[in-house]
Ligand binder design. Sequence first.
Ligand SMILES: Nc1ncnc2c1ncn2[C@@H]1O[C@H](COP(=O)(O)OP(=O)(O)O)[C@@H](O)[C@H]1O
Ligand SMILES: [Mg+2]
Length: 250
Amino acid sequence: MKIISSYSIKGGVGKTALSVNLAYALREAGRRTLLLDLDPQGAASFYFRLESAKKFKMRDANSMAEGLRKNIRESDFPGLDVIPSNLEYRRLDILLDGMTKRRKQLRSILEEFKPDYDVILMDCPPNITLLSENVFRASDVILVPVIPTVLSRRTLEQLTGFFTDEELPGDMLRPFFSMAQKRSKMHREIMADLPTAHPGFLKTVIPFSADVEKMGLHRMPLPAYSPTCAAAVAYRALCAEILSQPSLRP
Ligand SMILES: Nc1ncnc2c1ncn2[C@@H]1O[C@H](COP(=O)(O)OP(=O)(O)O)[C@@H](O)[C@H]1O
Ligand SMILES: [Mg+2]
C-alpha cells in the first residue's frame, strides 16, 4: 500500500488534473485506488460527478476516520473509489492545531483504509499549512506538478527548502513538468535546466493541452473520453514511470 499525494504550494499548476487522471490510470493498471479529495473547492469530486461529502464530526483522528469511511463513494469506474470534499475541510487546519500530535493525525487516520486499497491518492489544496505538514508526514511519495516558469521554479525551491529545514526526507518529493509548451523558449530552457538541480525529477512531461481543460465539460478523467490524445498518453506514461520504480511502486 502506498500513499501518494498531488501537492504544490502553488494553485493552478495541475494537481487536480494529475490526481484524477493518475487515479484512473492506476486503476487501469489493476491497483485498487482510493482518491481522497482534500481541497475544499472539491474539483476532483466534481470531475467524478460526485456530490460533496456529508458533514461529519472532526473532533479527533477516530471521528475523522469514521466520517471519511462513511463518505467513501464508488466512482463510475470499478476499482476506483473517491472520498469527496466538503467546504468544512477549510477548517482542518484549525482542528488539527487543537490536537495532540498535530502534524501526524492524517497518518493515523489513513491507517484505517490501508487494508482495502493498494493506493491512496490525495488531491491537496495549495499553500503550505498544518494540513500540508500532515500530508508530508502521511505520504510515501509527493508528486509536485511544476509549470516550467520562473515562479514555479521558485515555489519548488521553497518546498525543498522547507523539507530541509524540517528534516523531512527530500527524496519523497518527485516533481514533474506540467502544462509544458515546447514552443515556449522559457519552458524549454527551464526544462533543460531544472531537473539537474533536483535528482528526483520524473522524466514524464505532461504537455499543455486543451483536451485536459475539457475535463470540466465531460466530467470524467481524460483517458476515459480521449484515450489516445497526447496528454492522456502522458498521464499513463507518468503512471507507468511510478509503477516501474521500486521505491514508488504501489
Ligand atoms: N496539461 C494541461 N493543459 C492545459 N490545461 C491544463 C492542464 N492541466 C490542467 N489544466 C487546466 O488548468 C487549470 C488548473 O488545473 P488544476 O488541475 O485544477 O490545478 P490545481 O489543482 O493545481 O489548482 C484547470 O482549468 C485545468 O483544466
Ligand atoms: Mg486542485
